[in-house]
Design a protein around this ligand. Structure first.
Ligand SMILES: Cc1cc2nc3c(=O)[nH]c(=O)nc-3n(C[C@H](O)[C@H](O)[C@H](O)COP(=O)(O)O)c2cc1C
Length: 198
């Protein structure tokens, strides 16, 4: 697909089905390849991706619902649960984005002069992976959105999926076959956002 067309096609989709569009093998291999070629601060390769499918994908969104149930009124919870089921759990899977704090700590020790910057670089590195994964999902025929239930999940998620304790959750990207058509987006003038200086 033409690159700009691919960028245009990537939107946040909030109505997903679990229909399989490409095989699990193709999807896994694409994600593995993507990890090989993306940039990272100081080539640290601090990003960790976890592809949740099947029961694991459902367990994630059930866990989010359980957490919300403890924090809000029953009426508010009913609304949240309906949204989570329709928009996220209904999809085929979720890609989880982590940053390995052991790697980031290593950078701090190796380059003490820049120690204060490595948390920020780690977030930037994750963001590069997030947009690349989102575009890869679109290229493979899926729709997705980007979610941030990290604060609710952070104490349990590593144990829930048997992941190393040093992996810090950054974001969740539920995906599936898109059943919705996103509305028009407001656009800030390009004159505000782009300059050429000679
Ligand atoms: C850093 C970042 C964080 C975001 N967090 C969320 C989020 O927590 N929940 C959500 O539904 N969308 C989230 N989004 C998606 C944006 O709301 C969305 O990309 C934006 O409104 C433009 O819509 P589009 O994705 O359809 O182009 C996030 C996007 C970015 C770049």
């Amino acid at each position: 697909m033409d690159f700009i067309e691919l960028l245009k096609k990537r939107r946040s989709h909030y109505l997903l089905s679990e229909d399989v569009v490409v095989s699990e093998e193709v999807l896994c291999e694409s994600l593995r390849q993507l990890l090989l070629y993306l940039p990272s601060a100081y080539n640290s390769q601090s990003t960790r991706l976890v592809l949740l499918l099947g029961d694991a994908h459902k367990r994630l969104w059930n866990a989010v619902c359980d957490k919300i149930a403890m924090l809000v009124t029953p009426e508010a919870f009913a609304k949240s649960r309906a949204k989570i089921e329709r928009c996220f759990a209904s999809g085929l899977g979720t890609v989880l984005f982590f940053e390995d704090e052991a790697v980031v700590d290593g950078l701090r020790r190796e380059y003490p002069l820049y120690a204060d910057s490595f948390d920020i670089y780690s977030e930037h590195t994750s963001a590069m992976h997030q947009i690349a994964v989102w575009l890869l999902l679109v290229e493979n025929g899926y729709g997705a959105s980007l979610q941030h239930y990290d604060a609710l999940l952070k104490n349990d998620i590593n144990k829930m999926f048997g992941l190393p304790a040093t992996w810090r959750l950054i974001g969740q990207m539920p995906f599936g076959k898109a059943l919705d058509v996103p509305g028009e987006k407001s656009v800030v003038s390009l004159d505000e956002r782009f300059r050429v200086v000679r």
